[in-house]
Design a protein around this ligand. Structure first.
Ligand SMILES: Cc1cc2nc3c(=O)[nH]c(=O)nc-3n(C[C@H](O)[C@H](O)[C@H](O)COP(=O)(O)O)c2cc1C
Length: 191
């Protein structure tokens, strides 16, 4: 059976995160480990979420994808809205399906759609004025864009979700939902 989050977690995710069609996307810290166990982290956008988990998108040639291929366990940290809330997700990343990946590309801004094509090691080597020229040349030749073959998505299936709330008049607090062999558990923790 494919695990999905329980009702109360799904409700919390919907209360905490913007709708998938909201153009204002949360930024997440995505932590991975490489093949030798060395940790790494970077910012990525939360593209969308559903009861199966959280989706992110990136370049197939990127370091993070090599790390995910070697080691699918990840952690995500979201601060949304910035003040007084933190969501920490631990889980396992798997390739997202093509339909979802194409939908996420279509939902990105024109700038980010072009970035997925032009953000290459070769362009990165150029001085700034030549990078801008390469960007403008690409836009002039390609007014409409489909996703490049390097555009890939990952679904992070949660094994735990920790909802942290701050309170200026009281203690901070965490509610941790964890997937165990016998199902989902919920624990109240100090912040
Ligand atoms: C606010 C912000 C959002 C970002 N969103 C993404 C994203 O959704 N996908 C992506 O591949 N890179 C995104 N980046 C760039 C990554 O942080 C990172 O530099 C790049 O993906 C290369 O990472 P890697 O070498 O660890 O694979 C974002 C950067 C910032 C600052």
């Amino acid at each position: 059976m494919i695990e999905t989050v329980p009702d109360e977690v799904w409700q919390l995710l919907q209360d905490w995160l913007p709708d998938n069609d909201d153009p204002d996307r949360p930024v997440m810290t995505l932590a991975t480990v490489d093949g030798s166990g060395t940790p790494d982290a970077r910012s990525v956008l939360l593209s969308e979420y559903d009861r199966a988990g959280l989706y992110l998108h990136t370049d197939a040639a990127s370091r993070k994808v090599a790390q995910l291929d070697a080691h699918a366990d990840v952690a995500l940290v979201l601060r949304w809205p910035e003040a007084l809330r933190q969501l920490v997700v631990r889980g396992v990343a798997e390739p997202a399906d093509r339909l979802e990946t194409d939908r996420a590309y279509a939902a990105r801004s024109p700038y980010l759609r072009q970035l997925a094509w032009v953000n290459t090691p070769a362009v990165a080597q150029l001085p700034p004025d030549e990078r801008r020229a390469a960007w403008a040349d690409f836009a002039a030749i390609h007014p409409v864009l489909d996703p490049p073959a390097t555009w890939v998505g990952f679904l992070v299936r949660p094994t735990s979700l920790t909802f942290w709330t701050g309170d200026p008049d009281s203690v901070s607090h965490r509610r941790e939902h964890r997937l165990t062999a016998s199902g989902w558990t919920r624990t109240e923790l100090p912040g």
